[in-house]
Design a binder for this molecule. Structure first.
Ligand SMILES: [Zn+2]
Length: 369
């Protein structure tokens, strides 16, 4: 299982030889392992000039002979020349991507930790709560509370038999409502205790209305604010179903986060403060080391030129480098060179899968200052 601590370790890694970073989606619901192998081969081919051959070999060897194809995503970092090699199998889906830079490309992992790092599913009913803590999409701790059984009222039982004196709820119904209220209160307490102990980033409440609403009413504000969704599921549902439903909601939340990030870039660019769009402007701020978060549409590539002396990247042909007077070399992919630079400068890079506005402009960034 991938732990957030590994992210801190990776963030500190800096090498002289470029590191090959590989993210491979292996979601068995989408394609076969052979198709994923083929996709990997193609991605590695695309970086064969920038990457070290021994790193490409190491990745291929791992996928061919060691990897067990469990989970939905696999991440590999390789810099054989400097003895750096890490692999992580993930239960959550990743977007396939290959990157070459003198730092590991960790931002997709960071985004996954943000999205799926640790979340609690609280399955509630009138009798209690089942608590399941997930870390990076894997079940890690379970707990719960089961109170007194609440018998279901049979239809019509209120009108015959022991009805309330002033036409209110039948006495037995009222009693059952009291038991249920007490159970829900205890369920909330158990949830609070659990959250204090394990500190999940997010909460999902599962169950039928109105129990879910009653549970949320009693939940303290700080915990309610962590609730990112609710869904209906049978109390006896099997764990894989619970996990599946919760992951669907989290994937949606992650897509919304990405969309909001792109919107933030466009808003800042429109204001002319804190953000830019289009390759030329983005290259300029990158040269000044001002990029906080680079946002790039998947498959956006543009040829360009790079100064042989100071590594300045531009999409315009220039006779001499405006910064050092050096000569330019034509490069196949200015965006790839840009991404490498941003990573090495310590900026974030987010590759966005589908966003119509970003697809039009290809690239943009939020600035540090
Ligand atoms: Zn230069």
């Amino acid at each position: 299982m991938f732990k957030a601590e590994a992210l801190r370790e990776l963030a500190a890694v800096q090498t002289q030889t470029p590191i090959l970073s590989v993210y491979l989606n292996v979601d068995p619901r989408q394609h076969t392992t052979d198709e994923y192998r083929l996709a990997l081969r193609q991605m590695l081919k695309n970086v064969q000039k920038a990457a070290q051959p021994e790193d490409i070999e190491a990745v291929e060897r791992f996928i061919q002979h060691e990897y067990d194809w469990s989970g939905r995503g696999v991440v590999m970092f390789s810099c054989q020349r400097e003895n750096f090699w890490r692999t992580y199998s993930l239960a959550v889906p990743v977007s396939s991507h290959v990157m070459v830079a003198r730092k590991p490309y960790i931002w997709p992992l960071a985004a996954l930790v943000d999205a799926y790092g640790s979340y609690l599913v609280a399955q509630v009913d009138r009798q209690g709560v089942k608590l399941s803590l997930y870390e990076m999409g894997e079940l890690s701790v379970t707990d719960g509370y089961v109170g007194e059984e609440v018998r279901k009222l049979k239809k019509g039982r209120g009108s015959s038999g022991i009805a309330g004196r002033r036409g209110g709820a039948p006495i037995s119904g009222r009693h059952e409502e009291e038991i249920s209220q007490r159970n829900i209160r205890e369920a909330v307490r158990a949830t609070e205790r659990f959250c204090r102990q394990y500190g999940p980033q997010r909460l999902l409440i599962a169950g039928a209305e109105p129990t879910v609403a009653q549970f949320r009413e009693l939940l303290p504000k700080a915990l309610n604010e962590k609730v990112i969704g609710t869904f209906n599921i049978d109390m006896n549902a099997q764990e894989p179903e619970v996990r599946e439903k919760s992951l669907e909601i989290l994937e949606q939340v992650e897509r919304e986060r990405e969309a909001a990030l792109v919107e933030a870039v466009f808003t800042a660019a429109a204001k002319g403060r804190g953000g830019v769009i289009r390759l030329a402007d983005t290259l300029e701020v990158a040269h000044e080391g001002r990029i906080h978060t680079l946002v790039i549409a998947r498959d956006y590539h543009q040829p360009g030129y790079q100064c042989r002396n100071c590594a300045y990247i531009t999409d315009q042909y220039l006779e001499k480098c405006p910064f050092c007077g050096g000569e330019f070399a034509e490069i196949e992919d200015a965006t790839e060179a840009l991404v490498t630079k941003v990573i090495e400068d310590g900026g974030r890079v987010e590759v966005v899968d589908y966003h119509p506005k970003l697809a039009e402009f290809g690239i943009g960034a939020l600035l540090r200052y």
